[in-house]
Write a protein that binds this ligand. Structure first.
Ligand SMILES: Cc1ncc(COP(=O)(O)O)c(C=O)c1O
Length: 408
């Protein structure tokens, strides 16, 4: 770069600092293939290709490969092509968009639903608009809420109070400090994807009802996997009707991409009308929306995939317990294996790839607090019981090779 100040050197120093802290992110060039899943092809920089088993995908139900989904995508692309050619208000509202929003509103038993091209965008837009449009709002946010929620809350500019993760006593305390006439919004997730633990959502709903607060629940990692029709953890707990706004997405258990917000007509309409990135951005490609619709219908109609996922994840957790390999939580289908050191975490991941052809992405700070670095292990329906045993044996061997501590 030809500048008077040596900008290149300044920026290189930033990158070097990240590398020195073990926080530099490497991307594996992966070709996830329908015929191979959960295995995929890794393309090496030297041009070599090899097969690897993925143990960190959020395509929990393997539904991105489902024939019904693939057929819906193909049918849409043949019929209407790829892009919609405009934002929702221009030419970007297809029959697929309309149908999917109707389906989502019915699924969550809410008045309205609104689609976004990412789950991140849904949180950012919705929380931003609520903060800007509800005068005097105070937002109560779990300390481990996802970056998209933090960004949305910041962007909204409302006052905020952060409660300790899943600590309802702390939430009560913070709420008590705010007068009864102040509008309040409690923002939380049902399943924290880096922790693998569930929020005490029933208690949070009770607190909200006592305090007259609105509730905003991110269900993105529970969708498809919990509840009688796969709507998520709030459905499983019988709480759908007691939560004001439910956000979700298609990028995880539903195997696609995009996000959504469901809730009262007035709020969804407000977000639709005032969220700048929503208003001025091209809508999701119709085939992606058609695929999402097929995935939603599949999980609503058939629980076989979520039952299989529950069985696989139970096998993984039992294997870890047997070998004294510590997990941060055993609550959900997500199993975060605690390594506790950024360099060892990266080494463990590299060893699994190199020696065993197994890929689990290491999660380091700042995504998780320093000292709690982990491998976030995610079984899927495409793993067999034999895959689980192979994985556990490989992890066990690599754990010993790095001298990592075991639980008694
Ligand atoms: C809790 C949570 N909310 C929102 C998002 C963003 O969703 P998307 O990947 O669809 O942008 C993620 C993604 O990791 C997430 O974990």
């Amino acid at each position: 770069m030809n500048t008077t100040v040596n900008v290149t050197a300044l920026l290189e120093a930033e990158l070097d600092a990240v590398k020195a802290q073990g926080r530099y992110r490497d991307y594996l060039h992966l070709e996830r293939r329908t015929d191979l899943a959960p295995r995929a092809l890794v393309h090496r920089p030297d041009g070599d290709t090899e097969e690897i088993t993925i143990w960190c995908s959020n395509d929990y139900l393997g539904i991105s490969h489902h024939p019904r989904v693939a057929e819906a995508v193909a049918e849409a692309v043949r019929t209407v092509g790829l892009g919609t050619g405009g934002a929702r208000s221009i030419s970007g509202t297809s029959t697929y968009h309309q149908e999917l929003e109707t389906e989502l509103a019915a699924w969550y038993r809410k008045e309205k639903a609104l689609l976004f091209t990412t789950g991140f965008g849904a949180n950012d837009a919705a929380l931003g608009v609520l903060g800007r449009k509800i005068p005097g709002l105070v937002v109560f946010s779990d300390e481990l809420n996802h970056a998209s929620m933090i960004q949305g809350i910041r962007g909204g500019g409302a006052a905020k109070r952060i409660f300790r993760h899943n600590d309802t006593a702390h939430l009560r305390e913070l709420i008590a400090e705010v007068g009864p006439d102040v509008p309040k919004l409690i923002v939380f997730e049902s399943l924290y994807s880096m922790e693998g633990d569930f929020a005490p959502i029933e208690e949070i709903v009770e607190i909200a009802e006592e305090a007259g607060a609105l509730t905003y629940l991110d269900e993105i990692h529970s969708v498809g996997i919990y509840g009688a029709t796969g709507a998520g953890y709030a459905e499983e707990k019988g709480l759908l009707d007691r939560i004001t706004l439910i956000q979700g997405g298609f990028g995880k258990g539903l195997g696609g991409a995009g996000g959504y917000l469901t809730g009262p007509r007035v709020i969804v309409d407000l977000v639709r009308s005032f969220a700048v990135p929503f208003v001025f951005s091209t809508s999701g490609p119709a085939p992606v929306i058609a695929g999402a619709l097929a995935a939603v219908r599949q999980v609503r109609e058939d629980s076989a995939e979520r039952d299989l996922l529950a069985a696989r994840s139970a096998e993984v957790k039992a294997g870890l317990r047997d070998r004294g390999i510590p997990a941060l939580s055993y609550d959900s289908h997500i199993v975060p294996v605690l390594v506790g050191d950024p360099h060892k975490n990266k080494e463990l991941s590299a060893l699994l790839v190199r020696e065993h052809g197994i890929y689990v992405q290491p999660v380091n700070a700042p995504t998780v607090p320093a000292g709690t670095e982990r491998l976030r292990v995610t079984p899927t329906t495409r793993h067999t019981a034999e895959d689980v045993q192979t994985f556990i044996r490989a992890l066990d061997k690599s754990w010993s090779a790095l001298g990592l501590p075991r639980t008694v």
